[in-house]
Design a protein around this ligand. Structure first.
Ligand code: AMP
Ligand code: MG
Length: 404
């Protein structure tokens, strides 16, 4: 049985970021930039006003006050989107609105609140603090040709706004991992079928597809395969041929009908991991075909999800183009209850993480902690971890928690 940390490192060494593709800006949410972006535009594109007010020459207004206002002739009005037609000469001003282009000759904005309009003239009642006051200069935020967004950046609202402003209608992002999902087990049926004695509904297919999609992958649900070597072999070969990642669940323990490892070997896969020292989730198979990584997850619904969170997620992060931070990251929390383990395997207890006065607290959920009990997984948002060698964590003590 391989220790969890070692298995995670090995898995990360087995995968590389997928290739890139161009997608429309509108479809880039949560995608990762595959190439750095530069723009031929300066930001701002031109000198403009940061406020509603008057564009003036500082020399004209530097000693203005309420008692001795500077009186300037208004030569033009510059609303948004308008290209100024006139230069502001000494003794003149232009009415200007936020974001509008600075006119030639003017170097300073006097905010509206410090002026008084009188017909074609404006009285400046206060001298601006300094020349260039409230002027946003061309290129002050970004200069054309320099790096706008680096490769590896996750695209969320702020980055998408920047790409839109830079007129990047097509964006080069990493491809989404295509993840084929297979459920193995002759006892399994789909949720829409009446249950016969001994049958179990295939819940893993749904849970794994949801997890893959939540991580930005493309889930390819391939349904149920019976525990028949030939059927299984054909299904696995097909899954491998159409995906970057295959997730099968079930059939990887040491039972009489657990064929997955044998079939992987027959299909020419290289098997890297057969079991990991975690509870729940010990029987985890990790194998590779050229350009495909195969995860044979345990069938027990809780084990399948725990091994996904702990071992599949890091691989998906790397495949998806995350530049770093692929590994599982744990937060420290204080447990509200005593926690126990046999100390032989890294143990995961599903529960709730609460933020209390800025500090994390972990609490167990109600119900039985069995790898076959998926019912009390509902409503949980984390896994509390007990390390190998540790048999107890006392209420009030710290533990490491993986957010799910
Ligand atoms: P296995 O790993 O194939 O021995 O399966 C372990 C347990 O998990 C058995 O009780 C299976 O019925 C159950 N199981 C296997 N696959 C699934 C699945 N896709 N959905 C729900 N339960 C499953
Ligand atoms: Mg089975």
């Amino acid at each position: 049985m391989m220790p969890a940390k070692q298995a995670e490192e090995l898995i990360l060494n087995l995968v590389e970021p997928l290739g890139a593709e161009d997608v429309e800006l509108r479809s880039t949410r949560d995608r990762i930039l595959a190439t750095a972006v530069t723009s031929h535009l300066d930001f701002p594109h031109w000198d403009n006003s940061a406020m509603d007010g008057y564009a003036v020459r500082f020399e004209d207004v530097k000693s203005a006050s309420a008692e001795t206002p500077a009186v300037l002739e208004i030569v033009e009005e510059i609303p948004a989107g308008y290209q100024p037609q006139k230069s502001v000469l000494s003794g003149q001003a232009a009415r200007i609105l936020t974001g509008s282009v600075m006119p030639q000759g003017a170097d300073t904005i006097v905010i509206q609140e410090e002026t008084k309009r009188e017909g074609g003239q404006v009285l400046i009642l206060k001298s601006p603090a300094e020349p260039q006051a409230f002027v946003r200069h061309r290129g002050a935020f970004y200069q054309a040709g320099s790096l706008l967004l680096p490769a590896g950046l996750a695209l969320k609202a702020p980055e998408i706004a920047v790409l839109a402003a830079a007129q990047c209608n097509q964006v080069c992002v990493y491809r989404r991992p295509r993840v084929a999902i297979l459920s193995t087990g002759s006892e399994l049926v789909t949720p829409d079928r009446p249950l016969q004695p001994g049958q179990i509904v295939d819940s893993n297919q749904y849970a794994l597809a949801a997890l893959v999609e939540q991580m930005g992958g493309e889930a390819i649900p391939l349904g149920i395969v019976a525990d028949q070597p030939e059927a299984l072999k054909a299904a696995i070969a097909h899954a491998v041929s159409i995906s970057d990642v295959v997730l099968s669940s079930g059939g990887v323990s040491v039972g009489d009908y657990d064929y997955v490892d044998r079939i992987l070997a027959e299909l020419g896969a290289q098997i890297h991991i057969r079991a990991v020292a975690v509870r729940p989730g010990k029987p985890l198979t990790v194998a590779t075909f050229p350009n495909v990584i195969y995860f044979g997850l345990p069938g027990n619904p809780v084990s399948a999800l725990v091994t996904f969170w702990r071992f599949v997620q890091p691989a998906l992060r790397k495949l998806s183009g995350w530049p770093h931070g692929w590994e599982s990251t744990f937060v420290q929390a204080k447990t509200r209850q005593d926690l126990r383990s046999d100390g032989k395997r890294e143990s995961y207890l599903w529960g709730q993480l609460h933020l209390v006065n800025g500090l994390y607290e972990f609490s167990l959920t109600t119900g039985s902690y069995s790898s076959g009990n998926l019912i009390n997984l509902a409503g949980t948002n984390c896994l509390g971890m007990i390390s190998i060698g540790q048999t107890q964590i006392t209420a009030g003590d710290a533990l490491q928690v993986l957010q799910t």
